[in-house]
Structure formats: C-alpha cells, structure tokens
Design a protein around this ligand. Sequence first.
Ligand code: HXC
Length: 292
Amino acid sequence: MFKSDLFQGKRFLVTGGGTGLGRVMMERFVELGADCVICGRRGSVLEETAREVMVKHPGRLVETHVVDIRVASAVEEMIDRIWANGPLDGLVNNAAGNFISQTKDLSPRAFDAIANIVLHGTFYTTNACGKRWIGEKRKASVISILTTWVWTGSPFVVPSAMSKAGVAVMTQSLAVEWGHHGIRLNAIAPGPFPTEGAWARLNPMKDDDAARYKARNPLGRVGRPSELANMAAFLMSDEVAYINGEVIAIDGGMGIMGNGTFSHMLSYSEDDWRRIREQIQTANTADRAKRG
Ligand code: HXC
C-alpha cells in the first residue's frame, strides 16, 4: 500500500508509543523508513519495545524518553533533549487515559486524571514541538488520536469525551494558525480497537467483542490495529500535504449508524422484508380503494 521508503530521513515522536496502538503506529512508520522517538511513563516498557523494533528493522533508530506528559516542565525538557539529537518532522498525540464510570461518581481528581493527560498533555507536547518548528521554519505534521465521541459525546466517559473534543478543536484552530508555517494538524477518530490497556478500563466486564459489534457495527467487527497504522501513515505522509484540520473517523461506519432511524433493521431477514413489503402494499391498496 505504501512505498517502502515513504518516511526515509523523517523522525517522528509517538507519545505512549511503548504499547498498544501507539506502538503499532510507530512500527509502521519505522517499516516505512522513519526513525522514531517514543515516550511514556514506564522506562522498561519503552526500552523493550525500542529494542524489539530495532532488531526487526536494522539501521532504524527508536529513541525512548520517560515522561509524564501531565507535567508541562517535563514535556518541555523532553522536547529539548529530543531536539538535541535532531529535529522532529512529525508528532502523534497518542498518549491517553480513560476509564468508564458513572459521571456522578467522579471526584475532581478523577476528572483531572484524564483531562491532565488527554487535554493538557496533548497541548503541552504539541506546542513544545510547534514553537520549535516555527522558529526553525520547518514543515511538520501532527496527528492526534481522538474517538468518534468528539462528535456525539458519550455517556460514562465524560472526561475523555470532553478532553478529546478539546483536542479536536485544537487541531482545527492550529491547522489555520500554523498552516502558513507549513505545519498541518489532523486527527483520527477510531471506533473500537481493543488493546490490553484500553479494554482493562473500558470493557471491565469482559463483554464479548465479536457478539457486541456484530450487530452494532456496519462491518460487524472491531478495528484491526494495522488499519489504524495505515491511516496514520497516510495522514503523516507529505503525499497528502493538502489535508489539514480534518478529523477522520475509522470505525467501520459505527459512529453514523446510531443516527439512522432504521439502523436496527439491519438484523431483519429476507422474510421480514417480504412481510414489510406486503404490509405496505396492503396499506397502499386500501388507500387507493378509499380514494375510489
Ligand atoms: C471512579 C476513579 C476510577 C474509577 C480512578 N478513579 N479510577 N473514579 N471510577 N474507575 C479516581 C481515583 O479514585 C482518584 O480520585 C483519581 O481518579 C485518580 O486516580 P489515580 O489512580 O491516582 O490516577 P492515576 O494514577 O493518575 O491514573 C490515571 C488513570 C490511569 C487515567 C486513572 O488509568 C492511567 O494512567 N491510564 C493510562 C492508560 C489508559 O487509560 N489507557 C486507555 C486509554 S483508552 P480520588 O478523588 O479518589 O483521589 C482511550 C480511548 C479509547 O483513551 C477509545 C475506545 C473506543
């Protein structure tokens, strides 16, 4: 699908790139010739990932930085250290925190635990990179990983939905403010992509995904990590440099399914549809008879 040297000479930072979807996106960038920087809170996890990816892709560099992106000064120091080894060409705001809870049970600290990562941390990282890119007149691409809740909201994940909606607006705002500097910002809004970290907090009852999404997703399944990685590589690439300020869903159409008045009829059988047609024809015939 992509040229194998698509990202030759490029260097990207993926926050939360040691595990889950962040790791998968980082690996796709590396496969396509990029060097990557990953950051997160657990040094040993980052180092193991970096080692494994570099063994798999000899000649490529994966650099690691331990950071808590909730701490603005720590983000600033990390970006300084990254730039000391060379500038970045792109950033993926992937690090996130989330758990399901009834909103009435959330303490202020619970709200902050999520908002400080998703809203504040994403802004700290984006702005720390952005001001360096602008200062150096360097072109760059930023991708933020959101969810389809940025359009619909979602019960039971209010701090995440609010924070990610804020990042969607940051994406649009900076796409305009920084576009003339050659910096473009886009976002991806994934539907369900099960990973260990997310599902421990979003599917604690261990509901069966195959059963859950068969009827609730037009494609009848959850997302595959490689599909998200391909979307990220596409958006990151200079080949689509005119895409700026977009939030693109990758959810099998699930986000728009709920809005369809008749979406529940997907489960109707051919027999059901035959009966429906007969009933409507009967009603039409009766109407015509009344009109004479
Ligand atoms: C109510 C809860 C709670 C729960 C924690 N709290 N869990 N309240 N219900 N289930 C409250 C605590 O009581 C505390 O408040 C406050 O939140 C902070 O809790 P800590 O455990 O001290 O927080 P912290 O150590 O900072 O941990 C942050 C975290 C953690 C977000 C809570 O889970 C984390 O670091 N997660 C990172 C990885 C992650 O979440 N990945 C999933 C991302 S999925 P009090 O007042 O009692 O002190 C995603 C979208 C996926 O983003 C979309 C799929 C469709």
